[in-house]
Design a protein around this ligand. Structure first.
Ligand code: ADP
Ligand code: MG
Length: 487
C-alpha cells in the first residue's frame, strides 16, 4: 500500500492526464479547453490530488458546474478515498509583491444552518452520499434540516433591472412575511441562466435573516425525486413526506424535473407536501423553465395549485443591467476589468447571464495563466471560443453602437424618440441591420430604435435596401458597417 501511495504521489501528472482523458470524453471540446486546460496539477498528498487554478472565481465555477464529473474521475483514478484540493493563485495588485497562494477544499459552499426542530426523522446519508434522504428514527427528536442555501446568492448580489423587478420585489416581500402574503406559492420561471436559482436562494437567505428561527430548505427537484425513490426503497415514504411537511419555507428548484419520465408517485408525494404546507400557511417557492400554462407532464390538480399564488417570469437583462451584473461580480472578487472589456462582453453576450459570467471568468483565467493583460482582443477571442450560440447573435444595442460610432452620432439619440435630421438615416440603418441580424419582431426593433412602430421599421428597411441598390455612397456605408459587425 505504501509503495502504491508513493507511486501515485510521483505520478500526479499521469493521474491528472488520465482524469483529463475521461473529462474530455464527457464534455464538449470548447468547454474542455476553457475550463480544464488552464488547470495545473501540483501534486498528490494523502490521496488528495492538488490542482492549481487561475482564480477564485474559476474555482467557484468549477465547483458549481463540474463537481460531479470531477468527483467521479478522482474516484476512478484514486479510489474511494480519493479527494481534491485546489490551490488558487492570488495576484497582488501592482505593488510589486509576489503572488500568494490559497488552499481551498472541494465542496466549498458555505451554507446557512437552520435551528434544530422536532421531526420524527433523522437525516440519513445513504450509500450515495450526495443525496441524503430522510430516514426514520423512533420517537420525535430535534434535528437540523439542512438549508442548502448558498451565502453568495443573496439579494445584495442580485442586481435589479427591468428583467427581474417584479420578481425581486415580490421575493423581498415574501422574505418579510413568508407564507403570509398572497404570493403562495411563488412561481418563478424563465429560460436557463437568467437568475431563478439565485433569486430563490436570495429569498431563502433573506427570510433566514428576518426570521432566524424559521426552517428554510432549498432543494432541486431532481434531488427531491432521487430522495423519494430512496425513501420508497427503504420503506420510508411517509417519513419523507413528514420531513418536508416540517419545513417553514420550502424552495423547490427546477420543478420541470418532476414532470418528466413517469414520476406520478413523486408528484403525488409532492402534492401532499404542498397541500399541507399551504394549509399551514408555510411558504412554497417554485422555479421552472416554463410557465404553469406551458409546463407539461403534471397532473392537473398539481398544475392548478401552481397558479394559486403569484407567477412571475425573469426576462433577459438589458445592456445597462448586464453591465451592472458584471461589475458586481468583479467587485465581489476584488478584480477590475477595463471599461471597454465590460462593455464588449455586455454587448456581445445578450441572452444568458450565466454565459456572461462564464466568459468573464474564462477571460480572467486566460489572462492570469498567460500573464496577459485583460484587453478587448482577449475578450473577443474568448467570447468567440466560449460562447457558442450567442457569439454570432448580434443585439440591437451592438448594432446601434457600431452604427453610432460609424456616423459619429450618439447611441442614446438613436434609442430615444429624437427627430434630429442627422439621426434619421443612422437610425434607419440600425433598423435595417436589426431586421437582418436579429430574430426580433419588427415592433421590438422599432421600440428600441426611437420608439417606432412596426410599419416605420418596415419602411426604413425598404428605404435602405433601395438606397443600397441605387446610391453608391449608401452601398459603401452599408458594406463597411456590415464588415464591422462581423469582427
Ligand atoms: P437559472 O437558475 O435561471 O438558470 P441562475 O440563478 O443559476 O439562473 O443564474 C445564472 C448566473 O447568473 C448565476 O451565477 C447568477 O448569480 C447570475 N445572475 C443571474 N441574474 C443575476 C442578477 N440579476 N444579478 C446578479 N447575478 C445574476
Ligand atoms: Mg437554476
Amino acid at each position: 500500500m505504501a509503495t502504491e501511495v508513493a507511486k501515485i504521489t510521483k505520478d500526479y501528472q499521469r493521474v491528472w492526464a488520465n482524469c483529463l482523458d475521461i473529462i474530455r470524453d464527457n464534455i464538449d471540446e470548447q468547454n474542455f479547453e476553457t475550463w480544464f486546460m488552464p488547470i495545473k496539477p501540483i501534486g498528490i498528498e494523502k490521496m488528495t490530488l492538488i490542482l492549481q487554478l487561475p482564480s477564485h472565481m474559476f474555482y467557484e465555477w468549477l465547483e458549481e458546474h463540474y463537481i460531479n464529473l470531477l468527483k467521479k474521475v478522482i474516484k476512478k483514478e484514486l479510489g474511494e478515498s480519493g479527494k481534491l484540493q485546489y490551490r488558487v493563485v492570488i495576484e497582488k495588485k501592482s505593488n510589486g509583491h509576489d503572488s500568494q497562494t490559497m488552499n481551498l477544499p472541494s465542496n466549498p459552499r458555505q451554507t446557512i444552518s437552520n435551528p434544530p426542530i422536532n421531526v420524527p426523522i433523522e437525516y440519513y446519508t445513504s450509500a450515495n452520499k450526495e443525496i441524503p434522504a430522510p430516514f426514520v428514527v423512533p420517537g420525535i427528536k430535534k434535528h437540523k434540516i439542512p438549508s442548502n442555501l448558498v451565502e453568495s446568492y443573496n439579494f445584495d448580489n442580485y442586481v435589479e433591472g427591468e428583467c427581474n423587478r417584479l420578481a425581486r420585489t415580490a421575493g423581498w416581500e415574501i422574505a418579510k412575511n413568508p407564507g403570509g402574503t398572497s404570493f403562495n406559492p411563488f412561481f418563478i420561471y424563465s429560460d436557463v441562466g437568467l437568475g431563478k436559482t439565485h433569486l430563490a436562494h436570495a429569498i431563502g437567505l433573506q427570510t433566514k435573516a428576518n426570521f432566524p428561527n424559521k426552517t428554510v430548505s432549498y432543494i432541486n427537484a431532481d434531488t427531491f425525486c432521487q430522495q423519494y425513490l430512496e425513501a420508497v426503497k427503504t420503506g420510508n415514504r411517509n417519513d419523507f413526506i413528514l420531513y418536508y411537511q416540517s419545513i417553514d419555507i420550502l424552495i423547490i428548484d427546477d420543478i420541470e424535473h418532476l414532470g418528466t419520465g413517469n414520476k406520478e408517485k413523486t408528484q403525488e408525494a409532492f402534492f401532499h407536501i404542498f397541500n399541507y404546507l399551504h394549509l399551514k400557511k408555510k411558504q412554497i417557492i417554485i422555479t421552472s423553465d416554463k410557465s404553469p400554462v406551458e409546463i407539461t407532464g403534471f397532473e392537473a390538480r398539481l398544475l392548478s395549485r401552481f397558479k394559486w399564488g403569484l407567477t412571475v417570469d425573469l426576462t433577459v437583462p438589458d445592456f445597462a443591467t448586464r453591465i451592472k451584473i458584471l461589475e458586481k461580480k468583479l467587485e465581489n472578487n476584488g478584480i477590475t476589468f477595463p471599461e471597454e472589456v465590460i462593455n464588449y462582453l455586455a454587448l456581445r453576450i445578450t441572452s444568458n447571464t450565466r454565459e456572461l459570467e462564464g466568459a468573464m471568468i474564462a477571460i480572467l483565467a486566460q489572462a492570469s495563466l498567460n500573464h496577459k493583460p485583460v484587453t478587448v482582443d482577449l475578450a473577443k477571442e474568448m467570447v468567440d471560443k466560449y460562447v457558442k450560440s450567442t457569439a454570432k447573435e448580434i443585439s440591437v444595442e451592438f448594432i446601434q453602437k457600431i452604427v453610432g460610432e460609424y456616423f459619429n452620432v450618439s447611441i442614446e439619440k438613436i434609442k430615444i424618440n429624437k427627430r434630429d435630421r442627422e439621426i434619421v438615416q443612422p437610425r434607419q440603418i440600425c433598423m435595417y441591420f436589426a431586421k437582418k441580424y436579429t430574430k426580433l419582431p419588427l415592433a421590438s426593433i422599432g421600440a428600441q430604435c426611437g420608439g417606432k412602430d412596426h410599419a416605420t421599421v418596415l419602411h426604413a428597411c425598404r428605404t435602405i435596401s433601395n438606397l443600397y441598390e441605387t446610391d453608391k455612397k449608401m452601398k459603401i456605408y452599408i458594406d463597411e458597417i456590415d464588415k464591422k459587425m462581423k469582427i
